[in-house]
Design a protein around this ligand. Structure first.
Ligand code: B1M
Length: 210
């Protein structure tokens, strides 16, 4: 079994005690950090999601897999993204109201930070007004990044973008949206400035927006 396959198996099984050493070993072997993330960890979460859909596993198993992935990402963090660049702005980020998924949002936050933004992470289940408040509270904010992982929370993203578009500070910041059910078409439909399919692309897009 390759290191990547081992990492995927450990994340899938939610074996948090094993993930740290395994990711370190893969890095020592020269496996690319992005391969560990995309193929090993995100790939495993897709398997977890598919099993959940087929009712082969339930919420507790999804939670332990998520916890395990977070521990793995902590080890990977210093190896991902750019470092040492000049600061290019300030961003507010959060997952919309009603949505508790934060792994993708945390990755986007991390990548945006390493692209040169100071990030104010509002967390999960963030009401539209909180995004607006945070965007208006700091004159340096030039990016608001909004994540949603559920088809049922897409309306909350729509409401969040509408509230941001009505903000008196709207001329100062761009709105970036993303998350598994979000598409370029939905982004246009709700009046956000840009959409990104993944964390790496989000950082690139964020830089090009400001
Ligand atoms: Co949930 N969940 N979950 N879940 N969960 C999904 C999303 C699901 C697809 C699983 C499935 O059924 N196949 C499904 C959604 C179906 C749908 O909407 N059509 C689902 C469901 C149904 C639910 C519940 C409703 C289950 C229930 O209670 N019956 C419930 C909802 C709770 C709530 O939010 N109110 C629920 C709960 C949970 C847990 C809490 C147990 C846990 C989350 C723990 C946590 O995040 N701390 C969980 C998990 C782990 C998953 C899966 C398995 C993995 C999600 C994940 O972290 N993926 C997921 C299945 C899957 O994704 N395949 C699933 C890895 C992560 C890196 O990917 O978040 O997609 P992702 O982020 C990507 C991109 O989307 C993008 O960048 C990242 C990659 O670089 N991205 C952005 C994300 N945000 C972005 C923002 C951007 C740009 C890009 O710009 C701003």
């Amino acid at each position: 079994m390759s290191k990547i396959q081992e990492i995927a198996a450990v994340v899938e099984a939610g074996k948090s005690k094993e993930i740290e050493a395994l990711v370190k070993a893969a890095l020592d072997e020269g496996v690319a950090p992005l391969e560990i993330l995309n193929v090993g960890m995100i790939g495993a979460m897709d398997v977890v999601g598919a099993k959940f859909q087929k009712e082969e596993i339930f919420i507790p198993e999804m939670l332990v897999a998520a916890r395990c992935m977070k521990k793995g990402v902590d080890v990977l963090k210093p190896h991902l993204g750019e470092t040492g660049g000049a600061m290019i702005g300030k961003a507010v980020i959060g997952t919309v109201a009603g949505d508790l998924h934060d792994i993708g949002k945390n990755l986007v936050s991390m990548m945006i930070e390493s692209a040169g933004f100071e990030v104010n992470d509002l967390g999960v289940d963030v009401p539209a007004e909180k995004f607006v408040e945070a965007a208006e509270a700091d004159e340096g904010i030039n990016l608001v990044a909004v994540s949603a992982l559920l088809t049922t929370t897409m309306p909350a993203m729509k409401a969040t973008v509408a509230a941001l578009n009505a903000s008196k500070a709207r001329g100062r910041f761009k709105v970036l949206v993303g998350g598994a059910p979000i598409t370029e078409g939905f982004c246009k439909e709700i009046g956000a400035d840009a959409y990104s399919p993944d964390a790496g692309a989000a950082a690139q897009k964020a830089k090009s927006l400001v």
